[in-house]
Design a protein around this ligand. Sequence first.
Ligand code: ADP
Ligand code: ADP
Length: 231
Amino acid sequence: FPVLRLRGLHKTYQLGTHRVPALRGVNLDVLPGEMLALTGPSGSGKSTLLNLAGLIDQADAGDIDFHGQSVQGLSEAALTLLRRESIGFIFQSFNLVPVMTVADNVDFPLFLAGVPLAERQARVAQALDGVGLAEFAHHRPDALSGGQRQRVAVARALVKRPRLVIADEPTASLDSHTAEQVLDLMRERCHAEGAAFLIATHDHRVVRRCDRVITLLDGQIADRAEESLVA
Ligand code: ADP
Ligand code: ADP
């Protein structure tokens, strides 16, 4: 089944006395091994959708199935567990811990998930190998270029073999050439590991490399078939 199945999602923020609708009835299936671009103007609801899909925030109405399991009614603790085990995150500004080595940054999600040490070491080595950074394992992030840092973040997102990777503007801090390299790597890892990637982006280089494109407009998915043809 789909990694993620979203049905009728609604989300409204309360801002003082104003109610700000952010999502207005979003339906979406995300399939294993699929790289999906989420585009749309600023304020269209992309971040809100990523937060719901990443089990960081909860919808006001609608259903979210994660790999066939409804997340409605799960406790905060159960959601955290599911998130730690099954979802990887990649951010615009990398969000690496500066005082930790590259290897320790990649290890961190495994540590949080309680994976035994020997297995952690093997998986960190494999993940760094997969992004071509094995020889940087014991460096600090600030010794690396922006592209290398984002590759560390890709390794960190994939090290627990998540079903879903959520990326928020992953190329926004990278120059054009580096962005393309990081994207090709993400695409390769996505297809090799069968994880689904959900990528919010304004970057046409990202959109072009994705398998499918979804556009949000005013909190709804715009049905524009020609967008998909770009990919
Ligand atoms: P992006 O467009 O890069 O996703 P953000 O998600 O940070 O940027 O913000 C998107 C929109 O949501 C902006 O218009 C911002 O003003 C608004 N916003 C974000 N957080 C809040 C908040 N806590 N209160 C009010 N508006 C917010
Ligand atoms: P995008 O990521 O596409 O820029 P967002 O999901 O951040 O869109 O925002 C969707 C709408 O919700 C916008 O109108 C934004 O201003 C509003 N919004 C987002 N976060 C908050 C918040 N924490 N409080 C109030 N309004 C918010």
